[in-house]
Design a protein around this ligand. Structure first.
Ligand code: HEM
Ligand code: FES
Length: 442
């Protein structure tokens, strides 16, 4: 009898070919079974769109769109080559390309919800961050490699926007503008996200000053202004070159609030509309100011943002991510070593390449920190992970072993940066993650 030939899935980009030997598995299942990193924030529920692929060859060998996928494709104006890997099955050979590579790219998907050719009014939080004299300083100081410094600077101030579900609207010289809530979210969440991003930027710059720039006798100063209000958003411009445009008084006011930092020598100022968006006592506030901006009839009340009154888990996690994952391979090695020492029988459950497994684990942990700013998908994502772990033979008893091994590894990797608050935040989130996964274990 001739051997059955299974369809072959080719992953362009990495040039990997894998056999699709289970007709009941989706293309996403196929990636996971073959240790190919493939984002799937909602856990294959057709809701998050992060598993999207472009079909380069063999589109007719895929199952038709499910109703969920059809609705998403219409809403986001996809062409027929874009498919959801968690919603399609292969009947023959296909070549695909994964379209979202990292968690930090996910926020950009919000732009698909912005209307094309017209502007729509949406309530958003707007953050302006100005790095005083930074490029000037870098140009004048020829000890720096300019490209390196600029890239580092954009990463440092851009990351907190992305980690908090914000979209980077533009970079103008030494200034970056972030938008929070362009595809929805409550007023409170969008303002909290923007405030957390501002504090993250401030801490990152402080760290840069104390660690990397201290030898150069340089100090970077930031000025951040946040406002909340209704602005007009659309993809506008020449038909051949449309770009995201955001216009309205709240935008101009955010820019002026940022500028006002210079007058009072503050670092982060928020408007009254931001202040009022969260329950009283959420923010730690310093000085308060009154000023009248050009074109406004009334005085504006501004508040100096110093932090959150209570520990903000997300801020703590975001703050520590760079230290914990400064060497992901080392983290994974140490972690698995601990797990196998504590529970030697677990070793046999790992059938595949441990190096790739380590990469998938750290990728997933980083992704969880990112997806905390989009909590609507977190629970279903963890349910999916919990179910797959039950299939791998993982039982309830294994979870505490992993939890303690992970906490010990985190503490070790944090080294001098370890603080009780930070460890408490990680412990809290890992308890949540393992509790959710455990629900599906025997
Ligand atoms: C914080 C909780 C955990 C996270 C974030 C996590 C993450 C992952 C990820 C991302 C994968 C890759 C495959 C997939 O996505 O399904 C995986 C596979 C796996 N995990 Fe976990 N895991 C956790 C807990 C555990 C526990 C408690 C055990 C048992 C001791 C375990 C054992 C395994 C095994 C056996 C595999 C499959 C490896 C293979 O097929 O060779 N994991 N895990
Ligand atoms: S839409 Fe496929 S994983 Fe979320």
């Amino acid at each position: 009898m001739p051997a059955i030939r299974h369809p072959v899935i080719t992953y362009s980009g990495i040039g990997q070919k894998v056999e699709y030997d289970d007709p009941d598995s989706t293309l996403l299942d196929c990636s996971i079974a073959n240790q190919i990193p493939h984002l799937h924030e909602c856990g294959g529920n057709g809701r998050c769109s992060t598993c999207r692929i472009r079909v380069l060859e063999g589109a007719s060998n895929l199952s038709h769109r499910t109703q969920k996928e059809q609705q998403m494709a219409e809403f986001r104006r996809w062409d027929p080559s874009v498919r959801l890997a968690c919603q399609c099955f292969a009947k023959g050979d296909v070549t695909i390309e994964r379209l979202v590579w990292t968690s930090s790219e996910i926020n950009k998907l919000q732009l698909e919800t912005v209307p094309d050719g017209v502007a729509e009014e949406r309530a958003i939080a707007i953050l302006f961050c100005d790095i005083r004299n930074f490029t000037k300083m870098a140009v004048e100081n020829n000890t720096f490699d300019m490209a390196h410094v600029l890239n580092r600077f954009y990463t440092i101030i851009g990351d907190p926007i992305l980690l908090n579900n914000g979209v980077i609207y533009q970079y103008i010289g030494d200034e970056i503008v972030g938008l929070f809530g362009i595809s929805g979210g409550t007023r409170e969440k969008n303002c909290r996200d923007a405030a957390r991003a501002a504090l993250g930027m401030y801490y990152a710059i402080e760290q840069l000053n104390h660690m990397e720039l201290v030898d150069f006798d340089l100090e970077i100063k930031t000025g951040i202004g946040i406002n909340f209000g209704r602005a007009f958003i659309g993809h506008l411009g020449h038909p051949k070159h449309k770009q995201l445009a955001v216009v309205g008084d709240p935008i101009n006011t955010a820019s002026r609030i940022q500028n006002f930092n210079k007058e009072v020598n503050s670092r982060i100022l928020i408007s009254q509309s931001v202040y009022k968006s969260v329950p009283e006592g959420t923010f730690k506030i310093g000085n308060e100011y009154k000023t009248r901006f050009a074109g406004h009839e009334h005085e504006s009340q501004l508040y100096e943002l110093k932090g959150f009154q209570e520990m903000d888990i997300q801020l703590e996690l975001q703050h520590s991510l760079d230290y914990i994952f400064s060497n992901k391979e080392r983290f994974a090695d140490k972690f698995y070593q601990r797990v196998f020492e504590k529970a030697p029988e677990v070793r046999a459950l790992f059938k595949k390449n441990m190096k790739d497994q380590g990469r998938l684990l750290t990728h997933m942990l980083g992704g969880i920190v990112y997806s905390m700013s989009r909590p609507e998908h977190l629970e279903s994502g963890l349910a999916f992970l919990g179910k797959s772990h039950a299939r791998y033979g993982v039982t309830r008893e294994h979870y505490p072993v992993v939890l303690s091994s992970m906490m010990e590894t985190i503490e070790e990797e944090l080294g001098d940066h370890s603080r009780p608050y930070l460890l408490k935040a990680w412990n809290q989130v890992l308890i949540y993650v393992t509790d959710e996964m455990k629900k599906y274990a025997s």
